[in-house]
Write a protein of this length. Sequence first.
Length: 95
Amino acid sequence: MGDAQRPREPVSSDPLLLTPEEAAEVLRVGRTTIYALMKAGELHAVHIGRSCRISHAELERYVHRLEAPRAPRRTRATTDQRQLFELGPESPDAA
């Protein structure tokens, strides 16, 4: 049986790529939020010509990243050392 006679696999009815509007609908956010996430590098889009599309896998990756436990943020130590050098009333240099 040649390639031309082989039965074809059915094509999925789910689109591989979504428009930003469709992606917004899936995530239940606004279209502007999708564009902001793309600009911030949080969502990676595929460009076909001038069209911008987002894959289902990319949306799932983004959501899983949101669900992942975050490492505790390290607080920055203060560099304010004034309190180390404050002179009290009993200090010989205070006057």
